[in-house]
Design a protein around this ligand. Structure first.
Ligand SMILES: NC(=O)c1ccc[n+]([C@@H]2O[C@H](COP(=O)([O-])OP(=O)(O)OC[C@H]3O[C@@H](n4cnc5c(N)ncnc54)[C@H](OP(=O)(O)O)[C@@H]3O)[C@@H](O)[C@H]2O)c1
Length: 340
């Protein structure tokens, strides 16, 4: 079975290629050669899909499945889909939950993508709208002969600079660690290796349609995730949970200052962790334990060239200390309800 991966070297691309090679696929990748080295045993094609003439390396060849993990610009996605349409048995596109007009309501598979003009570019449109435009471009190019997967947050080895990597670096510094909301609050993420192996299964089975892909609703909590980060690093970190009202009132920014924190009172954040991926799970997507994802992400971060345990955490150290003192001081004065 011949597989073409548009991408193949990023967070998702690496386990995708490794898994495909192990499963015996004849793998070709297509990328610019910027993100990382290609797997030693596969055929690597070079090109910039967003540049004029950038698809030249794809003018010949045919594949049982094409897996597009790099599409972001709608016109580029349409161009490559049209170029490959008659030479690809199955066409899979990795979109994002950000393509949906959500949060606000729980995300289901049948929510339509946002509106996006076909000419939208990175210069004038945000990530989620562009991904929605890519989904619409696929319809224009392929009709209904495609499978779209909308992951939420992807993590796992290689996620040094994503939210879990940032929390791990903060956890490694130890001390009092400011956390937002409730330890029992939900979070949903998907290990890149689990997504990769499911995508390969979908490619093998020639699936069509659109599916959300993340962990089951209610299966993971912020407390379990951050606790796993502290445990993985072996630091003396102690989580201090401050409530949404205090943090929002103190000007703490969701995601920017506290990755993954979703204050339900802030516009655009309610229901972020209420994604229904039941159909994907029924179709074989499985999620390894959260602790395994966190431990393996830390193992690579600790041992790899990008390890920077002294680097920036979710918040600058001094600002975090002030906030923790203010929160704990308020609790002592009876102004807030303590959290365990
Ligand atoms: N990370 C997440 O949490 C998350 C969540 C939801 C959805 N997604 C989606 O999942 C997919 C994979 O994510 P990822 O984090 O693994 O991505 P990534 O690390 O950015 O990897 C993207 C791959 O595409 C290649 N690429 C990028 N721009 C290209 C271009 N103009 N021409 C040709 N190749 C290009 C990259 O190689 P070169 O740079 O060498 O070209 C790399 O191999 C993306 O579509 C992303 O939008 C990610």
């Amino acid at each position: 079975m011949r597989l073409l991966i548009l991408g193949g070297t990023g967070l998702l691309g690496r386990p995708l290629v490794e898994g495909a090679v192990l499963e015996g696929w004849d793998v070709t990748t297509f990328n610019r050669g910027l993100t990382g080295p290609d797997h030693a045993t596969i055929k690597a094609l070079r090109g910039d899909r967003d540049a004029a003439g950038g698809l030249a390396a794809l003018r010949s060849g045919s594949w049982d499945a094409v897996l597009d993990t790099s599409g972001l610009v709608p016109s580029s996605v349409e161009r490559s889909a049209r170029l490959l349409a008659d030479r690809a048995g199955t066409y899979l596109f990795v979109s994002s939950l950000a393509a949906l007009s959500w949060p606000g309501t729980p995300a289901t598979d049948d929510l339509p993508p946002r509106d996006c003009p076909p000419t939208a570019s990175v210069a004038d449109t945000g990530y989620g709208t562009l991904k929605a435009g890519c989904e619409r471009a696929l319809v224009a190019a392929l009709g209904d002969r495609f499978f779209i997967v909308r992951p939420g947050l992807i993590s796992g080895p290689g996620d040094a600079h994503g939210p879990v990597g940032r929390w791990l670096r903060r956890a490694a510094r130890g001390g009092r660690i400011l956390a937002g909301g409730e330890p029992a609050g939900p979070v949903q993420l998907l290990d890149c290796r689990d997504l990769a192996s499911w995508l390969l299964a979908c490619a093998r089975h020639g699936r069509t349609g659109t599916r959300n892909a993340t962990s089951p609703r209610g299966a993971m909590t912020m407390g379990a995730l951050l606790g796993a980060c502290v445990a993985a690093t072996g630091s003396d970190g102690r989580l201090v949970w401050a409530d949404d009202e205090f943090l929002v009132g103190s000007g703490v920014r969701a995601w920017v200052d506290l990755p993954l924190w979703e204050p339900s009172s802030a516009p655009g954040h309610a229901n972020r962790w209420m994604v229904d991926a039941g159909a994907a799970h029924a179709a074989g997507l499985s999620c390894r334990p959260l602790v395994e994802t966190v431990d393996d992400t830390w193992a690579e971060l600790r041992d790899g060239p990008r390890h920077d345990a002294g680097g920036p955490g979710p918040l600058p150290t001094e600002r975090e200390r002030e906030l923790v003192d203010a929160w704990l001081g308020g609790m002592r004065d009876g102004l807030a309800v303590p959290r365990s």
